[in-house]
Design a protein around this ligand. Structure first.
Ligand SMILES: C[S@@+](CC[C@H](N)C(=O)[O-])C[C@H]1O[C@@H](n2cnc3c(N)ncnc32)[C@H](O)[C@@H]1O
Length: 225
């Protein structure tokens, strides 16, 4: 399997599977994706007027903040076909085909930056530099991604689940490569530790780490003070 994180992302996400992404994420997480996104949305307040969604994908997150009176929600993603699908959601005022590590926006443009399922594919320290630059003082950053659970029983269940997912890749061909390799990507990833270190080193404060769904998902938030 490919080692470089960005090459992994490119091999996983393409026009082959963009159209079916929303259904796949819903069913493969047993609907927990909505729970995790709702938890991220709960951090966002009416003071957060300018919001950036890094690796917005097909734009699922936008529907979770439809009741918040923000001014602009901007989405950025590496994969053009995913952004094309995000257009249909109509929640974003702007969608940009760009990388998390080099973001084409003016410094101190955003009150809040969110990102779901990106951290394990990103070059964390470059991305944190960009997030620091783009956030206004007092700005909030929130990350969510999968983690390999620590608990032994959860690990057994998690590994069994991925075996089933691999089998279903025989039927859902457009997701076969992802279903075969995602478990290794998650197991190898040290994103929770790397992100906390990078955020603290950069100067972010009030770091908060929460685990969900038996330790299979984490949300990390912090403020630019
Ligand atoms: C699993 S999808 C998540 C999409 C969306 N955030 C969600 O929660 O449904 C991962 C997304 O990350 C994007 N991605 C991966 N690496 C990236 C990078 N370095 N910069 C920007 N986007 C990236 C992929 O193109 C893909 O759309």
């Amino acid at each position: 399997m490919i080692n470089d994180v960005q090459s992994i992302a490119k091999s996983f996400f393409s026009n082959r599977n963009a159209a079916s992404y929303d259904r796949i994420v819903k069913y493969t997480t047993f609907g927990k994706d909505s729970l995790w996104k709702q938890n991220i949305a709960n951090y966002i307040t009416p003071e957060h007027k300018y919001i950036l969604d890094i690796a917005c994908g097909t734009g699922i997150f936008s529907s979770f903040i439809s009741n918040i009176p923000y001014k602009d929600l901007i989405g950025v993603d590496l994969t053009y076909s995913y952004i094309s699908n995000a257009k249909a959601k109509r929640g974003y005022s702007l969608l940009v085909n760009s990388m998390a590590e080099l973001l084409p926006f003016k410094s101190e443009s955003f009150d809040c930056i969110v990102s779901c399922y990106l951290a394990k594919y990103a070059k964390i320290s470059l991305m944190v530099d960009e997030i620091w630059r783009l956030l206004k003082k007092g700005g909030l950053v929130i990350f969510n991604d999968f983690v390999y659970p620590l608990n032994k029983i959860m690990r057994l269940l998690w590994n069994s689940y991925f075996n089933i997912l691999k089998l279903s890749g025989q039927i859902i061909k457009s997701w076969k490569y992802v279903f075969y390799n995602l478990d290794e990507v998650i197991k190898r990833s040290t994103w929770t530790k790397d992100l906390q270190i990078a955020l603290e080193k950069k100067g972010f404060r009030s770091l908060d780490v929460k685990y969900y769904t038996g330790g299979t998902s984490a949300i990390i938030s912090a403020f630019k003070i």
